[in-house]
Design a protein around this ligand. Structure first.
Ligand code: NDP
Length: 328
């Protein structure tokens, strides 16, 4: 029986269990491309799945991991052949389809993006789903007409994965970035990534007024809840906020005032079912607009064996930047 190393999640009497173990190759799900996984990553959603804190996993047994980069081993899909370097994020991996914390993955060829020129597989996963989502947010702001000339942009949860990449990319593009963080100790880190100002997240965490003093023309919010409501209330006339996360909660206790009195736009960002054309565009922009030395400062590498112990840490907001996981 052929097996490979994987982090397997099973249903238990109460909740779920997760462990690094051997997985039977015969249990791989349907797909037209089999990939030898080299790198994966630890995202907030992985933390939820591994700890069982939220019902992310909807099929058992599951292999956790919402993304991977690796080399095609076998393919019956016309776009891919053995030896191609590929990236896969979302599409229900680690939720309804066996995921990326595995030496081997079998997926649909239609889900894959080729590794952009000049980006290594490790760099692609240092970016991972979080960084990809940050870029989708930046692209949404651009599409909405938010430019560096429009005024400052705010990034919430700035020291986290989405926040670190968003801060870095926006700064490189010339935006005046206001980074909001709960970790004063990370102020230097955020300035180094290019933040022009660092603010305490407490400024954005209380009950939101319908409208407050206009502070920014745009923003990337990975926090949700009262933070997003405050961010919206402080957005300038005609501005836009890309909402991509829920680190503080799924609720949005705010007012319609910013929309109807200031023409503010709320842009929804989903990386999971994002269409292929938009994926390719975002990865191409990441390869172009994310400063490599900055990426390497954002990134901390961990081994397969450390994923389980780091999962509660990401949920507690204790991870700075991105964790890239060496698989094989
Ligand atoms: P991280 O844990 O790396 O970052 C989240 C950051 O949010 C933390 O570092 C912290 O930043 C801040 N934060 C955490 N808890 C709170 C709180 N209670 N109140 C205010 N701020 C808080 O996670 P990721 O960057 O990987 O993901 C961020 C969010 O984006 C998650 O909710 C995730 O589910 C979502 N996401 C959504 C995607 C999509 O497709 N829409 C894809 C990827 C992620 P600091 O210490 O700087 O304050």
């Amino acid at each position: 029986m052929a097996t490979f190393k994987a982090i397997r999640i099973d249903k238990a009497d109460k909740g779920t269990t997760a462990a690094l173990t051997q997985f039977d190759e015969a249990e791989l799900m349907d797909g037209d491309v089999t990939v030898r996984v080299a790198w994966s990553t630890l995202n907030y959603k992985d933390g939820l799945a591994l700890t069982g804190k939220a019902p992310v996993v909807r099929r058992f047994p599951m292999i956790a991991g919402i993304d991977f980069a690796g080399t095609v081993e076998q393919s019956s899909h016309p776009a891919w052949k053995s030896g191609d370097q590929v990236i896969c994020t979302g599409w229900g991996m680690g939720e309804t389809h066996l995921g990326g914390y595995a030496e081997k993955a079998r997926v649909k060829g239609d889900w894959l993006v080729g590794l952009p020129d000049g980006l290594s597989a490790r760099e692609a996963m240092a970016i991972g789903t979080a960084g990809f989502t940050a870029m989708l947010s930046v692209l949404a702001l651009e599409k909405q007409g938010v430019t560096p000339q429009s005024g400052p942009v705010v990034v919430t949860g700035a020291a986290g994965g989405v926040g670190s990449v968003a801060t870095s990319v926006l700064a490189k593009l010339g935006y005046h970035v206001i980074a909001s963080t709960g970790r004063a100790a990370e102020a230097d880190y955020l300035r180094h990534l290019g933040a022009a100002e660092v603010i305490d997240r407490n400024e954005l965490s209380g009950a939101a007024k319908p409208l407050a003093k206009e502070r920014w023309a745009g923003g990337v919010d990975s926090v949700g809840s009262t933070t997003l409501a405050n961010v919206l209330s402080m957005t300038k006339y005609g501005g836009a906020i890309a909402a991509c996360g829920l680190a503080a909660g799924m609720d949005l206790p705010g007012s319609v005032a910013p929309f109807i009195l200031r023409g503010v736009s709320l842009l929804g960002i989903d990386s999971v079912m994002c269409p292929l054309t938009a994926r390719k565009a975002a990865w191409a922009r990441l390869a172009q607009d994310l400063d490599r030395p900055k990426l390497s400062e954002i990134t901390h590498e961990i081994g397969f064996e450390q994923v389980m112990e780091m999962a509660p840490q990401i949920l507690a907001g204790r991870i700075r930047g991105r964790l890239v996981v060496k698989i094989s």
